[in-house]
Design a protein around this ligand. Structure first.
Ligand code: ADP
Ligand code: MG
Length: 587
């Protein structure tokens, strides 16, 4: 047997280095802590400089309260903070910092210079440390405020260095943090340079102004304001459905002015876009949640990156309701004279008088690849050159069916082409989900089957059908377990009366099988499947009454310009586009 090693107390420097690892993972985390300190000190402007990915130098200067000369050494000591005094204060923290370990942790793994002057003091003071040891303490001539300079980060910690990515990636991540902080505190004027290049400049104003400075005018113009007051108040702004990106990275979450990560909240936002944008694409923007101090615990992560809610479901649904309301209220295309570029032209783009047929299959994601927040100082990126259409439609008048089955309609001076299958699918899908959410009171009308469908599917699947019994019956199905491994369906929704019930039920059961993110996800998929089976088929002939009914239903369906899979259901040719295409002078 190996003898047990004796237990020893770690020397302070080792303990500090271990603790530093928790708070300070990479240059971006240093930047976040320094900027948060400046925000806590009531700064009105914050100037940031990043060099060599933040490993060579990170400097943050603010015009805040400063640190009293006598407190300078304390500021860089672990668990020294001016922000809380007793344990009870933790429950109501209003500052971003409170753990009193950031400066100590950073000082332990870098060369740190702290220069500061309080507003009333005549002169300032400076402290210079390396690897946690004070090298010098001097008087300094400086303006009011604080300047922290961190050089040679991790130079003495090769193990940490090995975990870092390239200098460019680390620099980008730090810039991203600066941009996110600028957005979460729009009233503060921020500048940030990366290797000497200015990559961020906000003026200190409204949220929309800060967002515009970060993501660019065009992307900002596509944002819809979130505005849901209440005990869980939701603010911010998210992209309308015709502007979307390939990653979730464009979404900033703020809880009580604190930048946080929270998978559940991100999922809530994503879910509100479902059926409005193509699968695999994501909205962007800022979701700001305000809850009372008691409803949220910020002390669950050493870097304070995560928060825990006392009632996460309530926050989740408040976010979702706010997003839904905003997405539903998106302006009708053309209504305000603003038509997103390339509106509705999934495959056909009209540009400067030229008509180009772009061979882009409709199922391909629309819009450009992911735009990101001013990463590595690249100019703000456009989100949509070929946009999926805006989702609120004007009233339309059916003219007839043309080509291989498209419905042609007019709306004011616009010509609208409609894919009847996609349109009907979206109408039915939306209706099914509304029934499930109980926005629609009654159960959908059913069609009894003359011959019930019996499907042999094995006990697991039969049990899953039983689990979804309520959902199915609200949708108009009468479907139940019938023996241990068998399912019987005796009625289908009236809307699906023309579908082959055997195929429909078999596919429904198959869909139930797919592993997924939970009940919501599954029901969306079921609704999409039922809608697809029940909708008129492309190529079916419709009389003009049926055409008009379909158009009317589509107009009253939120997000009616895309099918549940995100493909366009309408192509709008507005007057300006038609005039450009025919080279007529615009009106
Ligand atoms: P915390 O922010 O959790 O209190 P820190 O280690 O980040 O801990 O900072 C320690 C203390 O140093 C703060 O409580 C604050 O009093 C002071 N401090 C740090 N940065 C600044 C700054 N930019 N302006 C004014 N005071 C600061
Ligand atoms: Mg701090």
């Amino acid at each position: 047997m190996i003898a047990a090693a004796p237990i020893r107390r770690l020397p302070q420097v080792v303990a500090d280095a271990i603790a530093a690892g928790e708070v300070i993972e990479r240059p971006a985390s240093v930047l976040k802590e320094l900027v948060e300190n400046a925000i806590d000190a009531d700064a009105t402007r914050i100037d940031i400089a990043i060099e060599g990915g933040g490993l060579v130098r990170i400097a943050v200067a603010d015009d805040g309260t400063g640190i009293a000369a006598d407190d300078l050494e304390l500021a860089v000591e672990r668990h020294a903070t001016s922000k809380i005094a007793v344990a009870d204060d933790l429950a109501e923290v209003r500052t971003l910092g409170f753990r009193g370990e950031a400066l100590a942790s950073i000082a332990a793994v870098s060369e740190l210079r702290l220069t500061t002057r309080t507003r009333g003091a005549t002169g300032g003071a400076a402290l210079h440390l390396r690897s946690g040891d004070v090298l010098s303490r001097t008087a300094a001539a400086s303006g009011p405020g604080t300047r922290v300079e961190v050089c040679e980060l991790f130079a003495a910690s090769p193990a940490r260095l090995r975990f870092l990515r390239s200098v460019a990636t680390e620099g980008s991540a730090a810039v991203r943090v600066a941009a996110d902080l600028a957005i979460s505190h729009p009233q503060i004027a921020f500048t940030c340079t990366n290797d000497g290049r200015t990559v961020l400049r906000t003026a200190g104003g409204t949220l929309r102004e800060a967002i515009r400075a970060v993501i660019g005018v065009r992307a900002e113009r596509e944002l819809l304001d979130l505005d849901a007051p209440g005990p869980i108040a939701i603010g911010g702004a998210i992209s309308s459905p015709h502007a979307h990106r390939a990653t979730r990275g464009g979404l900033v979450l703020i809880v009580n002015h604190r930048l946080v990560h929270n998978r559940a909240l991100l999922a809530a936002v994503d879910e509100s876009y479902r059926g409005l944008i193509p699968g695999g694409r994501h909205g962007y923007g800022v979701v700001a949640v305000q809850v009372s101090g008691a409803g949220v615990d910020v002390n669950v992560h050493p870097a304070k990156r995560e928060v825990r809610f006392s009632d996460e479901r309530a926050v989740f649904s408040a976010v979702q309701r706010a997003c839904w309301a905003a997405l539903r209220s998106a302006p009708a295309p053309g209504a305000d004279g603003h038509v997103p570029p390339g509106l509705a032209l999934g495959a056909l783009e009209v540009r400067d008088g030229d008509v180009d047929v772009i061979g882009r299959p409709a199922s391909e994601p629309l819009g450009q690849p992911a735009g990101t927040y001013a990463l590595s100082g690249s100019p703000p990126q456009d989100t949509n050159s070929v946009a999926a259409p805006a989702q609120a439609l004007p009233a339309m008048e059916a003219l007839g069916q043309a080509g291989s089955g498209f419905v042609v309609a007019t709306a004011g001076d616009m010509v609208v082409l409609v894919d009847p299958h996609a349109a009907h699918e979206k109408v039915l899908y939306t209706e099914l989900l509304a029934r499930w959410r109980e926005d629609l009171p009654e159960t959908a009308a059913s069609q009894l089957l003359l011959i019930p469908v019996v499907v042999e599917c094995g006990p697991d699947r039969a049990a899953r059908v039983a689990d979804e019994h309520d959902f199915f019956s609200r949708c108009g199905f009468s479907i139940e377990q019938f023996g241990p491994g068998t399912v019987r369906c005796t009625a289908v929704p009236m809307t699906a009366a023309n579908a082959d019930p055997e195929v429909l039920v078999a596919e429904l059961i198959e869909r139930l099988d797919e592993r997924d993110g939970g009940m919501d996800e599954r029901r969306h998929r079921l609704a999409a499947l039922v809608a697809c089976h029940a909708a008129v088929r492309f190529g079916d002939r419709l009389d003009v009454v049926a055409q008009q009914r379909l158009l009317d239903q589509l107009v009253s369906t939120p997000g009616g310009t895309t099918c549940p899979h995100g493909r366009p259901s309408v192509v709008i040719l507005d007057d300006a586009m038609l005039r450009r295409a025919f080279r007529r002078p615009s009106r």
